[in-house]
Design a protein around this ligand. Sequence first.
Ligand SMILES: [Zn+2]
Ligand SMILES: [Zn+2]
Length: 171
Amino acid sequence: MTDLDLRSLRLLPGDEKVVDKEIALLGFELGGQAYVPTPDRVTVALKVAQTVSGAVLHLRFAAHLTGPCVRCLAPAVLDLHIVAHEYQGSQPVPGDDLSTVYVEDDVLDLSQWAHDEVALALPEQILCKADCAGICPTCGKDRNLEPHTHEQSAPDLRWQALADLRDELTS
Ligand SMILES: [Zn+2]
Ligand SMILES: [Zn+2]
């Protein structure tokens, strides 16, 4: 876990400072599948802008995740570019909901913040490509490699039975 003591920056109102920090990113689970950051260490750029009333925190980093495509299970990669902002009041009071949850006693929990931002940036479904055709539910073949459809014989038979009945009733 990577922390940053904001007091160590010694910022006065009007000052701002950019700090690069290397942090370890944990893996994520989505729909029962594991997505792993590769590399698992990323460098984040944190900009702290001090004002009279508090500090504005800007976080920026890129993350690269790999894991299975939810439709065909082929490897999928996800490139995320995270830009996030938080605010920390100088005199936080209990119940102060403007101030970030990632700062406690002037120490910023960079790892947790970065982890949460990646989680927020994850798409609902991770796909190998936007139009992945997926695995065929009928025969289990990868429809990206072998595009195909199946004759739907069962519904045809039912329709045929109805057609026969209609013919009987109307004749
Ligand atoms: Zn796929
Ligand atoms: Zn099939």
